[in-house]
Design a protein around this ligand. Structure first.
Ligand code: C2E
Ligand code: MG
Ligand code: MG
Length: 657
C-alpha cells in the first residue's frame, strides 16, 4: 500500500504549484534536443545492425516511424520554444508530456522487444545495451519532469527486465537484475533532484517577492519624499528636481520653459483669525484648485507655507502666460469656506521664462521670485511676467539698501509734518510725522521706498528711533493741545521689548505720553496678530495712543479691529479719490465712520484734496481730516507759522465760497 502511494506520489504533477510546473517545463525545454538526439542515434544504430537479420518492417519501417515521430516532436519543440505558458496552461502541458513519455516508452520498448529474437547473441546484446543506455539518457533528459521520468523508467525497466528474465539465459537474467537495481537507484536520484529543484524554485520566488516588496517600499518612500502631505501636490524637493531636469533638457535641446511662483495674499490673516487647522484646510483647497488647472506640460507644486510653484514644460507666449496666470489667480480668488465663515484670499503669480530671464535654474527661479515680489508690491492678485524693468527695480533696491546701510541717519533723516484738522472745531488737533531721507548720492528718496527697504533689512529699528527722537523734539515746541501721530513699522512692534524701547524714548523726552499716537498699518498688524496685540497693549499701558493706519487697504475685517486696543482708525486715502462721485466708496466710508462711533473710536479721514470731498465726508459724520487740502506735509520749521495762520479756518466753506 505504502509503495503504491509512493508510486502514485512519484507519478503525480505539482497541480497546486503551477509556477513550479512552469519552471520544470522551462528547464526541460533546454534538454529536448538532447533527448531526441539520444533516441535517434541509438535507434538508428540498432536498426542498421538488424537490417540483414530482421524483417524490413522491424528493421526499417518501424524504427523509421519512431524516428519520424522524434523529428516531428523536435520540430514542434523548436516552433514553441519561445512560448510563455500561463499558470492555467502549465499543468495540462506537463500532463500531456507525461503521457507522451509513457507512449514513447511503450513504443520503443515494444520495438526492441519485437526485435530481440532476431539475430545472434551479439545483436541481442546490442538491443539490451540499447535499452539500458537509452533509458538512462532519456531519464536524465526528463529529470525535471519527475512523473514523466518515473513513468518511462517503470515501463522500460519492468517490461524489459521481465522479458530478459523469461529468456532463461543467466547473462540476460543478470542483466535484468542489474537494470532493475540501476532503475531503482535512478528513481531515487530523480526524486532527490526534483525535491532540490522545487526548493530552489521556491527560494527564488521568495527572493523575488522580497525584492518586489523592497522595491514597492522604496517606491512608497520616494513618493512620500516628493509629495506634500497636506495638499498632495509635488513638494519643494520634487519641484526643484523637475526644474533641474527641465533646465538640463532645455540647455541641450535649445527649447525654453516657464517657471511661475504663486503666493497667497491674505493667508496669514486666515491662519491668525481662524487658527492653523482652518489654514490647513484653505491650503488643501488651494492645492485642489491648482490641480484642477493642471494639464499635460503644466505642473503645480507646493513650495512651503502659502507659496506654490508652477512649471510650464514648453515655453509659452506672454499672452498665454498671462491668460494661464489669470486663470490661476481667478480660481484662487474664489471665496473659501473656513470654519463656517467665508474667507477672501487672492494669489499673486510671478512668471519667468528660460532662457530669456535666466539661463540657469537658480537664475530663472530668482527672476520668477522678483516678478512675484513686484506683483506682491503693486499688483496683488494678478500675474506678473518678469521684465528688465523689474531688474532695474531690483538694482535700484539694492543700491538704496547699500546707501541706507552706510548713511549717517542722524543727519540725513528728517521729518515733515502734516496737520490733522478738526473740521467742526475748525482747528488743527495734531500732526502726523512723515519720515524723509535725503542722501548725497541718491537725492531725496521717497519714504515708501526707503521704509520698505529698511523694513526688509531691519534698519527700520534705527530709523524709527532717530525719527522718534526728532519728532518728540518738535512736539515739545507745539501748543500742548496738539498731538503727534507717528508711523511705526511691523518690525517696530514684532516684540514687546521693542515696543517698550519706544515707550522709553517717549518717557525720556518729557512729552506726555497721551500726546503721542502711534500709527500701525493693517498689514503690520496682520503679520503676527498676537504679537501685535501684546506690543500695542504695552504702548497703551504706558499712556500713548494707537491708530490703525490706511484702514481698508488690507484684509482685516471690521470685527478683527475690535480685538486690538486701537483709539483711532484712519480711513485710507484711496477711498477719497471718488467719495464724492462713487456711492460704493461713500458707503464704505460711512460704514467705517459708523463702526468707529459704535466702538467709541476716533476716526481720521486721510487724503482729502478737494472741498467737495470734505463736504461729503463731513456730511457722513467725519470730523478729523487730513489731506493736501488742509496742508501738504511741511518742514518742522514751517509748523509754527502754519498753526498761526490757519487758526479757525473752515476749509470746506472757504474753498467752496
Ligand atoms: P501714511 O502714514 O498713510 O501717510 C500719509 C501719506 O499720504 C503721506 O505720504 C502723505 O504725504 C500722503 N498724503 C497726505 N495727504 C494726501 C492727499 O491729500 N493726497 C495724496 N495723494 N497724498 C496725501 P508719504 O509721506 O509719502 O508717506 C507714505 C507712507 O510712508 C506713509 O503713509 C507711511 O505709511 C510711510 N511712512 C512715512 N513716514 C514714515 C515713518 O517715519 N515711519 C514709517 N514706518 N513709515 C512712514
Ligand atoms: Mg500714517
Ligand atoms: Mg495713512
Amino acid at each position: 500500500m505504502v509503495l503504491i502511494a509512493k508510486l502514485r506520489d512519484a507519478l503525480s504533477v505539482a497541480e497546486r504549484d503551477p509556477e513550479l510546473v512552469r519552471s520544470q517545463l522551462e528547464a526541460f525545454g533546454h534538454q529536448v534536443p538532447l533527448l531526441y538526439f539520444i533516441l535517434l542515434v541509438n535507434t538508428a544504430a540498432v536498426a542498421i545492425m538488424h537490417v540483414n537479420c530482421a524483417p524490413a518492417w522491424l528493421s526499417i519501417y518501424f524504427p523509421a516511424a519512431l524516428c519520424a515521430l522524434c523529428v516531428v516532436r523536435c520540430i514542434r519543440w523548436w516552433q514553441c520554444r519561445h512560448r510563455v505558458l500561463t499558470d492555467n496552461q502549465a499543468v495540462p502541458e506537463l500532463r500531456k508530456l507525461t503521457w507522451l513519455a509513457g507512449l514513447f516508452a511503450i513504443a520503443f520498448s515494444s520495438w526492441s522487444l519485437l526485435l530481440f529474437p532476431y539475430g545472434t547473441a551479439y545483436e541481442q546484446t546490442q538491443v539490451a545495451f540499447y535499452m539500458a543506455t537509452t533509458v538512462v539518457g532519456c531519464v536524465f533528459c526528463l529529470m525535471h519532469l519527475r512523473a514523466a521520468a518515473m513513468l518511462l523508467l517503470s515501463i522500460v525497466i519492468l517490461s524489459f527486465s521481465t522479458f530478459l528474465v523469461f529468456t532463461g539465459y543467466p547473462v540476460f537474467i543478470a542483466m535484468a537484475v542489474d537494470m532493475t537495481l540501476v532503475g531503482v537507484a535512478l528513481a531515487f536520484i530523480i526524486q532527490l533532484y526534483c525535491r532540490t529543484f522545487a526548493d530552489v524554485v521556491h527560494a527564488q520566488r521568495e527572493l523575488q517577492a522580497s525584492q518586489q516588496k523592497t522595491q514597492r517600499l522604496s517606491d512608497d518612500n520616494f513618493r512620500l519624499a516628493s509629495i506634500d502631505s497636506l495638499t498632495d501636490l509635488p513638494n519643494r524637493r520634487s519641484f526643484f528636481a523637475s526644474l533641474r531636469a527641465l533646465s538640463e533638457q532645455a540647455l541641450s535641446s535649445g527649447n525654453g520653459f516657464n517657471v511661475g511662483l504663486i503666493d497667497l495674499d491674505g493667508f496669514k490673516q486666515v491662519n491668525d483669525i481662524y487658527g492653523h487647522a482652518s489654514g490647513d484646510l484653505v491650503l488643501q483647497e488651494v492645492g485642489s484648485r491648482l490641480l484642477s488647472l493642471a494639464e499635460p506640460g503644466i505642473f503645480f507644486a507646493r513650495l512651503g507655507g502659502d507659496e506654490f510653484g508652477v512649471l510650464a514644460q514648453h515655453q509659452l507666449a506672454n499672452e498665454t502666460l498671462v491668460e494661464l496666470g489669470e486663470r490661476i489667480c481667478g480660481v484662487l480668488s474664489q471665496p473659501y469656506r473656513v470654519a463656517g465663515n467665508i474667507a477672501e484670499l487672492s494669489g499673486t503669480i510671478g512668471w519667468a521664462a528660460f532662457p530669456e530671464a535666466g539661463t540657469t535654474m537658480a537664475q530663472v527661479f530668482e527672476r520668477a521670485d522678483t516678478a512675484l515680489y513686484v506683483g506682491k508690491e503693486s499688483r496683488r492678485g494678478t500675474p506678473v511676467i518678469f521684465s528688465t524693468e523689474h531688474e532695474t527695480r531690483i538694482r535700484r533696491s539694492s543700491l538704496v539698501t547699500q546707501e541706507l546701510r552706510h548713511a549717517d541717519l542722524e543727519s540725513e533723516l528728517f521729518l515733515e509734518f502734516q496737520p490733522i484738522h478738526d473740521v467742526l472745531a475748525q482747528r488743527t488737533i495734531g500732526l502726523e510725522a512723515l519720515g524723509r531721507w535725503h542722501n548725497a548720492r541718491l537725492g531725496a528718496v521717497r519714504p515708501e521706498e526707503f521704509i520698505r527697504i529698511a523694513e526688509r533689512t531691519e534698519l527700520i529699528l534705527r530709523i524709527t528711533e532717530v525719527l522718534l527722537h526728532k519728532a518728540l523734539d518738535e512736539v515739545a515746541r507745539w501748543p500742548p493741545e496738539l498731538y503727534l501721530s507717528f508711523n511705526l513699522s511691523a518690525i517696530d512692534i514684532c516684540t514687546s521689548a521693542r515696543a517698550r524701547r519706544l515707550i522709553d524714548i517717549v518717557m525720556a523726552s518729557g512729552v506726555p505720553p497721551h500726546r503721542v499716537s502711534f500709527e500701525i498699518t493693517e498689514t503690520a498688524v496682520t503679520r503676527d496678530f498676537e504679537q501685535a496685540r501684546c506690543s500695542l497693549t504695552v504702548i497703551k499701558k504706558a499712556g500713548c495712543r494707537v491708530s490703525l493706519d490706511d484702514f481698508g487697504t488690507g484684509y482685516s475685517s471690521l470685527s478683527y479691529v475690535h480685538r486690538l486696543p486701537f483709539d483711532t482708525i484712519k480711513i485710507d486715502r484711496s477711498f477719497m479719490t471718488d467719495v464724492d462721485s462713487n456711492s460704493a466708496s461713500k458707503k464704505i466710508v460711512k460704514s467705517v465712520l459708523d463702526l468707529c462711533r459704535n466702538l467709541g473710536l476716533e476716526c481720521v479721514v486721510e487724503g482729502l484734496e478737494t472741498a467737495s470731498q470734505v463736504e461729503v465726508v463731513k456730511a457722513l459724520g467725519a470730523r478729523a481730516m487730513q489731506g493736501y487740502l488742509f496742508s501738504r506735509p511741511m518742514r518742522a520749521s514751517a509748523v509754527a507759522e502754519y498753526l498761526h495762520t490757519t487758526r479757525g479756518q473752515d476749509y470746506a466753506v472757504q474753498t467752496l465760497s
